[in-house]
Write a protein that binds this ligand. Sequence first.
Ligand SMILES: Cc1cc2nc3c(=O)[nH]c(=O)nc-3n(C[C@H](O)[C@H](O)[C@H](O)COP(=O)(O)OP(=O)(O)OC[C@H]3O[C@@H](n4cnc5c(N)ncnc54)[C@H](O)[C@@H]3O)c2cc1C
Length: 472
Amino acid sequence: MLYERSVSSEALGLVADVRTTPFWLDDARRPEQGPSLKGESTADLVIVGGGFTGLWAALHAIERNPRRDVLLIEGDRIANEATGRNGGFVSASLTHGLANGHGRWPEEMPELVRMGNANLDAIEAFIAAEDIDCDFVRDGEFSVATADYQAQILQEYVELSAKYGESATWLERDEMQARVHSSAYRGGVWSQGSTAVVNPARLAWGLADAARRKGVRIAEGTRLTGMERDGSGMRLTTNGATIHARHVLLATGAGPSPVRTLKHYIAPVYDYVLVTEPLTSAQHADIGWNDFAGIGDAGNQFHYYRRTSDGRILWGGYDAIYHCGNGFGPQHDVDRESFGRLAQHFFATFPQLEGLRFTHGWGGAIDTCSRFAAFWGLAYSGRVSYVAGYTGLGVGTSRFGAEVALDLLDGIDSPATRLSMVRTKPLPFPPEPARSIGIDLMRRALAQADEHEGHRNLWLRSMDRLGLGFDS
Ligand SMILES: Cc1cc2nc3c(=O)[nH]c(=O)nc-3n(C[C@H](O)[C@H](O)[C@H](O)COP(=O)(O)OP(=O)(O)OC[C@H]3O[C@@H](n4cnc5c(N)ncnc54)[C@H](O)[C@@H]3O)c2cc1C
């Protein structure tokens, strides 16, 4: 087995000293926390959450109507949760990959692919127009096979891409290894144009600056603690303020939502990431990889990795850990065993880099839902809208997610709001303890499939038929 689950004490030693602040947030350019909101306040629209969804929602809202009084409240600091902790892959896919979209919404897929590409183009254009310095590079993505059965899956992916007019090129083992030197690769697919990489925290800070310049008020350290109807609007309570708002857009990510029914649809799943020290030019030459295309392997428990602008490698994924009762909070942000496993898998892929040190290791919660793609809804008779459930692919999709959540709130009938992807919800997860047991069974079955040439056991096949999945 290329990727062993058990972690050696040597691997644990490699990550003993890593800084546990996310690499992206451990940045001298991280802005100081902005002021919090105190006392009584009013707004036309309150956006709750200062991650990508909330920031894009604020920008869409003010661009649609510059006279709208938009207030964004963030319980902590901008980008402190998933938005500042992710791999920085910006995918055009709105459906957590072509195969997932094709399986669930085959009729809508041409439209979803078109909208996804337009969404990525719009992100790129906005970054350029606002001159946001966030290392956005659109060099595409390699999906690599590290086992023969994965090569088969990837070749099917190339065919599916062609069906939807997406550019994806199959690379034989030697061709793939020539691009990035790992003897683990049995082949790969290069998808051009449909994925970029970015420094996600700098993008979020840039979006916040742009929003402020356009007139959005942003209050950090302002946590929503309660919400109720107030005449034709809503009355919100925070840790220091009361806000009367006409509309509310919830962009609260994987944590507990103020709309309690969301807990049926979301399972926070912890994903872990390491970053190495910068490679020397000799180490860089040893692995090739001369562009900024991100890489993901095609296992069920997959790794994703990419280069940073200062010559490091970010390496994450594989473990996807759910804590009973939708466990969420900083106590789950560090998991030394997951860090050690990631380090071990890194050197299994790139043994020629032996001796390279890891500087950062952290975790973050992914808002997993059973269909792996975002869902939307309205609450409080249309005064409140929400979007969640990006399942590990929200860096790009959050812009689209925010726009649709705003369409719903503004009562706009748009091509997006007519999509059945937007009009339907995922299947709910069962309540505890069945939820923990089910997710654990699923994780074990996926691990077994990886060990047995991708063979999906009866449990997985039954879940596939029901359209109930677990992913990160
Ligand atoms: C380790 C990891 C790696 C990932 N890698 C990728 C990747 O490479 N590519 C990709 O596309 N996606 C990736 N993702 C997913 C991606 O980061 C998320 O989908 C995206 O950032 C979601 O943004 P968001 O704004 O919806 O949520 P968040 O970033 O979680 O923002 C929600 C915000 O709401 C605030 N909040 C919550 N409750 C309240 C409240 N009551 N009052 C006030 N504020 C509140 C939180 O403090 C938080 O700042 C990854 C996620 C993780 C954790």
